[in-house]
Design a binder for this molecule. Structure first.
Ligand code: BDP
Length: 708
């Protein structure tokens, strides 16, 4: 097995006891719809049942006088099976599975309000088989209407922050001739309820809205359509100037307004089910409305009005900040930017604009507090942006199961208006009664056979979809079903993989950047491996503010940047005080000396040492624990995973030593357990007799033991 099927392996069930529970299921299927989505739903049911149960469903054209599966929309099914008319009316993407008796026959009816629901119902049923659960009546509705993935693919075929090969969509400046992987991707997305895919980089190619390119892009939409996945595009606000040589791209210029309308009309002529536009503007060098003294609302609204007659939406990214901040200015703080740029615009956006906000105020670090912007926008629809591609979290060379991190974010209660407002309810549109809302996951799958390189990384895509559908699921529920679908139901396999993954985020945090420091990685550039000081003294604002006396950014209202004051008062109070600020966010919120004593009784510096040793020690157990599964899973995925675990164990030591040595040198405080700086049995390369090699100083010094 090569991981190509992801969690849709549909492995044959051999256990006769398990198989027996499906004995009475029908052998006929009636599919009432004729659209590609309806066809995909019935084909999938046939495929899954044959593969898992070995039973071949026969398609029939009318309601048979024998047991059958019946697939359709609620309206379609209701003509044939009166009981279904009496069921509560579904709406949007909801689905239901009901067992109906009529004239002595059993009909398993899988229906939605729309065909997309039908497809979700089929995947639900197939997931029951794959996890060996009985089939029962079910009815589910997604938490929010926007459940999109973003791909940061470039037209040349590279992928920004993609770690699993080249683009499945593009190559050499064009849409690929062979889009078979796109259709397979659409199937994976649909199987977990995802309904949109933005196919190009947020740093959008300026040719994206060129008519010739749009015609090519329409081919991608055709591949995704049968899976109920609507294509969307990232667009650059300067497009009117670039594509049609307008004199300006000022959103309030009538010619620009007309251009967006004309362009939206053209997009929908080619792609009738087009989802909408994602916009990154005034951020990291992208142009934006600030050029003309206009606000993000003025820009977003012009585009939104053009899309609205067609049912499209604008996801305007909240990731707007100045990357030329002055490090010497103690009040300068990148974390403030989202709130500062958007909160005054609350209520000024068209109803089909959604502000897409990264879950933390900085940038997908291993631990961040929630962005305070979520609580500040109470009259504007919002989506949470989560990063499935492991940019700062090990780039799919380290196993890091991110669902617990996202759960912690989604469950965080921001206490807006001094009442319960967990972020998941805000982005569902529930807390502040907004018309839209949802989830955007940056995924960046590539042409690697198994989509994401690390066999464990697909759990993050699966988990993202599941949470976007139902953020109340627990991390353990999601993990356990992914493991069963991906690796089979052998109890030892399931418990071993679940245990390995469950603590993997925490372990990564322990050896990469604890106490809210952020991932202590190479910040300028690849974002991989240790690079502690690379964050300091540049304009990007991912600073540590470390010197020989202390570390951390003072973000308090009393003496710091004032960032904490952007939170609703109850939460602000918790973060403002050293007594109540949780250790895990301490250095994000406060500047303290190295010997400051944490709630856990340790000093900051000793905690840093201990946590790095602990994290690296945990990772060292991965390979031997994995080896217990040899023979219980297929050789191919076994070997691939084993190699990655061995690599991760080594790289975790590199991390451990780099960060610990840096803290030792910076603070001058020794490890009470005498580990840091003393490595028994280690032989430094520079101490060897190495023909043909010379020893050189390494920058940053802490990334090589001994600095050479
Ligand atoms: C950062 C990435 C950069 C993206 C940017 C964004 O390093 O490649 O363009 O976010 O989200 O995390 O726009």
């Amino acid at each position: 097995e090569d991981g190509h099927e992801g969690w849709l392996r549909y492995a044959h069930i051999d256990d006769p006891v398990v198989l027996r529970q499906y004995d009475g299921l029908p052998h006929r299927v009636l599919s009432l719809g004729t659209t590609p989505v309806a066809q995909a739903a019935s084909t999938e049911l046939v495929r899954g049942m044959e593969s898992m149960l070995g039973s071949r469903l026969v398609a029939v054209q009318t309601l048979p006088q024998e047991d059958a599966f019946v697939l359709g929309t609620q309206t379609e099914v209701c003509h044939f099976l009166r009981n279904v008319c009496r069921q509560k009316a579904l709406s949007g993407d909801a689905f239901a599975v009901v067992r109906v008796m009529q004239k002595g026959h059993v009909y398993w009816v899988i229906f939605g309000d729309e065909e997309r629901g039908e497809l979700y119902g089929v995947f639900h049923v197939l997931e029951q088989f794959a996890s060996q659960k009985p089939i029962a009546d079910a009815s589910e509705a997604p938490a929010a209407s926007v459940r999109w993935v973003n791909q940061w693919d470039n037209f040349d075929g590279s992928i920004e922050r993609g770690y699993a090969g080249r683009s499945i969509f593009f190559d050499g400046g064009h849409v690929r001739a062979d889009l078979s992987r796109v259709s397979e991707y659409g199937r994976l997305l649909a199987s977990v309820g995802l309904n949109g895919c933005t196919v190009n980089n947020v740093n959008s190619d300026l040719r994206t809205l060129d008519p010739a390119m749009l015609r090519e892009l329409a081919r991608i939409a055709d591949q995704l359509r049968p899976w109920g996945v609507r294509m969307s595009l990232s667009v650059d606000l300067s497009s009117p100037q670039i594509v049609d040589h307008l004199a300006t791209f000022d959103p309030l210029d009538p010619a620009v307004v007309a251009w967006w309308q004309k362009t939206a009309d053209e997009v929908y002529r080619l792609i009738p089910d087009f989802g909408g536009f994602v916009i990154k503007a005034d951020s990291e060098g992208r142009l934006g409305p600030s050029k003309y003294g206009r606000t993000p609302a003025e820009a977003a609204n012009v585009v939104a009005r053009a899309l609205r007659p067609h049912g499209g939406v604008v996801l305007y990214r909240g990731f707007v900040y100045n990357n030329h901040l002055d490090w010497h200015d103690l009040k300068a703080d990148r974390a403030r930017a989202g709130y500062d740029n958007f909160h005054a615009l609350d209520g000024r956006f068209e109803p089909n604009v959604i502000i897409q906000i990264k879950h933390g105020p900085i940038d997908f670090q291993v631990r961040e507090p929630l962005s305070p912007l979520f609580a500040a926008l109470q009259h504007t629809s919002q989506a949470i942006e989560l990063q499935v591609t492991q940019e700062y979290t090990g780039q799919q060379r380290h196993m890091v199961f991110l669902v617990p991190m996202w759960k912690a974010a989604l469950d965080t209660d921001l206490r807006a208006q001094n009442r319960s407002t967990p972020v998941k309810e805000i982005v569902e549109g529930r807390s502040f009664h907004q018309p839209l809302g949802g989830f955007a996951g940056v995924v960046n799958v590539g042409l690697d056979t198994n989509w994401m390189h690390h066999p464990m990384a697909m759990s993050n895509l699966y988990g993202f979809g599941k949470l976007a559908w139902n953020p109340d699921l627990t991390s353990d529920e999601i993990l356990d079903s992914w493991t069963r679908l991906t690796w089979g139901n052998n109890p030892k396999v399931v418990s071993t993989i679940d245990d390995l993954q469950r603590g993997s985020w925490h372990a990564y945090e322990e050896y990469s950047g604890p106490l809210g420091l952020g991932t202590l990685t190479n910040i300028i550039g690849i974002h991989y491996g240790p690079g502690i000081e690379s964050a300091e003294r540049n304009g990007w604002g991912q600073w540590l503010r470390a010197d020989n006396k202390g570390i951390g950014i003072d973000r308090t209202v009393a003496t710091g940047t004032g960032y904490i004051g952007q939170y609703p008062p109850e939460l602000a109070k918790v973060y403002e005080s050293l007594t109540t600020c949780p250790d895990e966010l301490l250095l994000f919120m406060h500047h303290v000396p190295y010997n400051y004593v944490l709630h856990n009784g340790k000093t900051v510096v000793q905690h840093v040492y201990d946590s790095h040793y602990k994290g690296a020690a945990t990772v060292a157990t991965y390979a031997p624990r994995w080896e217990q599964l040899q023979g219980l899973i297929d050789e191919e995925r076994y070997e691939k995973t084993l190699k990655l675990f061995m690599y991760q164990a080594g790289h975790a030591i590199v991390w451990r030593d780099a960060v610990s040595e840096w803290f030792l040198r910076m603070s001058g405080i020794a490890d009470t357990r005498g580990r840091v700086g003393h490595y028994p049995n280690r032989i430094e390369a520079e101490s060897m007799q190495a023909d043909g090699y010379t020893s050189v100083d390494v920058t940053p010094w802490e990334t090589a033991s001994g600095g050479k």
